[in-house]
Design a protein around this ligand. Sequence first.
Ligand SMILES: [Zn+2]
Length: 415
Amino acid sequence: MSELLARVLKDAFRRYYRSHSVPAPPNIDEREFGVGDYGRKIVRRHMSFATEREFQRYLREEAPLYISYSVGYFERPEATPMEAKGLKGADLIFEFDADELGLFSPKDIWICNHCGAKGFVSDLKGVRPGICPRCKDPAKVIMFPDPEREERLKQEVDTLIKDFLMSDFGISSREISVNFSGNRGYHIHVRSEALRQLDKETRVELTEYITGQSLDARYFFDVTSVPMRGPKPSDPGWPGRIARSVIKAIRSSKDVSDLVMLGVDPRMARRIMRERQTILDGILRGVWPFLSREKDVFASITALVRALSPFMGKEIDAGTSADIHRLIRVPGSLHGSTGLAAMPVSNLKSFDPYRDAVVLPERPYLHLHVDMAPEFEFAGQTYGPYVDKNIELPLHVSVFLISKGVARWSLATRD
Ligand SMILES: [Zn+2]
């Protein structure tokens, strides 16, 4: 990035921090902070602020491109190494990132750093994004606003909060806050006195419970009863979730192959499709007569539930929720990879990050050379598609394109 351009970005960030007071995270004097610069989210950590005033003065004067704070509470947040800090507890954080969830969109573009090829994901025609179609090396996917993807992400967040945190763990909605990360996803912060003291092992167990990593459906069935009894859709926790998933899979499958695709054994899939309605009626009452005592029957159920569950695999970053030394973006601060604000979200349903988190101004306009961008909505306007185009754009969308690495400065600015 040219020095001039870097200065324009820094100026835009500084102007934001001089006109907005970012609230300090709770218990600010017990938190460790880290800041980042161009292309590096953390260049300095082990920083601390005694008061909100001190924190806000730092933002006004330094205008960092990234600022993060610890999920942990410490006696001496600035001390090094980590062991010297005196850990007192930690918030529970869950991270949903469209990138890690593999939620790619036809709106995205891909760039291969190896052979230099690039293009729109919509032109890939069946090739998985993330692999260069020319040289087969890993390709970088750059995400652009897509309302459908936003909807999908929000559903995942909603399920975590309602089904798991509130329903299974009994956490009150007052102790849960949802934050837009400023880039591709959401962070869910749980601040509860009861959970603050959980050790690392318990945090790992909690995440494993949510992601169903050690799930074995067999434990929820009474194999001694005839006909076999099992979970009902109205049961709490995983048993109810298993019953609901199986019902959903049976209802939405058009033929045997749909169920086989979800991991159900072919013989069992044929039987389910043959006796479909009777089986559905049974599960509603917690009766599962079509299951035999064979072990692979439960393997089929487990596979099916895993295939349908939104949190399976790495979808909630297990490292995030268990890592008590982790730093996380400060809500209210700007994100250096987009120019959008990381921010608390009070109404997830109506929240649109590309409208509500746009906090940089429209002026000045910048002359840019845009390498590639799809048609996308930003701050209530439609932009693109652009391919190798020289164009003058408002500051907020310019910062977005520059930060994503798809646009460069082409001439001087005009105010
Ligand atoms: Zn390539």
